[in-house]
Design a protein around this ligand. Structure first.
Ligand SMILES: [Fe+2]
Length: 328
């Protein structure tokens, strides 16, 4: 049953599960019990939860809050793009194939996972299979580097920069809601550590004898925002392969969780595994992705247990497992 969630702080049920009060007549939904054991940290955490504000003080539901709750409970959600971002999405998809090879070679910075990168430079996290797509990445923090190249004056680059601002605003807002939900004392900053990636699955790549064009994996980030041009993405809620069908409504993107959020939430928010299925047809497919990574130049403690966690180590291990260089 669909349910819109009131913005309620987590409270603890008798079995130790974190319970989220639900708006309407559905009752309550529970996410799995904490794994930290009945130690001082947990007792401290319980005391914090019991200090939660009464329901009467809770504000009305909002889209970003709903999305945050859905990510906490089920690891995936959808969100509406602003109309301007939707227009930019199609502009980028239209312009990408026309970029000359020479431009792609000039605007390529694989040492920082930026610019144009050909198929073969990224591979599956767990199997080593090459991902059957070309990539075009854009890092907001590298704008001054980009400005040294004529490509930064192109319509594609400008549209990418604008699109990134839209998806960043969505990601930032949802993460702030998640942090607020957990009563986090420290702010989360993802502005200069996150990046956009255009994945181009060319039509010649769709007929190879592989079930997945990109194997099952989780991204190793906080969250990932994905807007594909056609079907192919599958996610694995509760381990079951589930197709993601978005293009009935062209302004919808899907958002999924990654293992950095798992680490920060003391294991409470699991990462959403996903893959790209092979259609076995000569049909090109593109996917615009925003990988949301926290500032890795500062220390972190977990949101619930307040334990120190080495996010840089976790993030780098994952990022490099795809064939990329270290993040920081
Ligand atoms: Fe992924």
């Amino acid at each position: 049953m669909m349910c819109r969630f009131m913005w309620a702080a987590p409270v603890r049920g008798g079995n130790g599960a974190v319970i989220l009060h639900c708006y309407g007549s559905v009752g309550t939904l529970a996410i799995q019990p904490l794994q930290v054991g009945m130690n001082k940290t947990l007792l401290h955490h319980q005391a914090r939860l019991h200090d939660s504000p009464p329901v009467a003080e809770i504000q009305a539901p909002r889209p970003m809050r709903d999305a945050a709750i859905a990510l906490i409970i089920q690891g995936h959600t959808t969100f509406k793009l602003p109309a301007a971002a939707q227009s930019l999405f199609w502009d980028i998809c239209d312009m990408y194939p026309a970029i000359p090879d020479k431009t792609r070679q000039m605007f390529s910075f694989p040492e920082c996972t930026d610019g144009f990168m050909l198929q073969g430079m990224e591979y599956a996290k767990y199997t080593g299979d090459v991902d059957l797509c070309d990539r075009y990445c854009y890092w907001h923090k590298n704008r001054s580097l980009h400005a040294n190249h004529v490509f930064s004056e192109s319509h594609l680059y400008q549209s990418t920069s604008l699109y990134e601002q839209h998806v960043h605003a969505i990601a930032d807002g949802i993460l702030r809601e998640i942090w607020q939900f957990f009563h986090a004392e420290e702010e989360i900053n993802v502005r200069d550590s996150s990046y956009f990636q255009y994945c181009a699955y060319g039509n010649h790549q769709q007929i190879v004898d592989r079930y997945y064009l990109q194997g099952k994996h989780e991204d190793g980030h906080l969250i990932t925002l994905i807007k594909p041009t056609r079907d192919g993405l599958v996610i694995f809620p509760r381990g079951e392969e589930t197709p993601v069908h978005l293009h009935d409504d062209e302004i919808i993107i899907i958002i999924i969780t990654g293992s950095l959020l798992t680490a920060l939430s003391d294991g409470q928010i699991p990462p959403m595994y996903h893959a790209v299925q092979n259609s076995y047809m000569k049909i090109g497919r593109a996917s615009l992705v925003y990988f949301v990574i926290p500032n890795l130049e500062r220390p972190y403690r977990t949101l619930l247990g307040k334990k120190q966690v080495d996010l840089l180590k976790i993030a780098n291990e994952s990022h490099m497992a795809f064939g990329n260089t270290a993040l920081a």
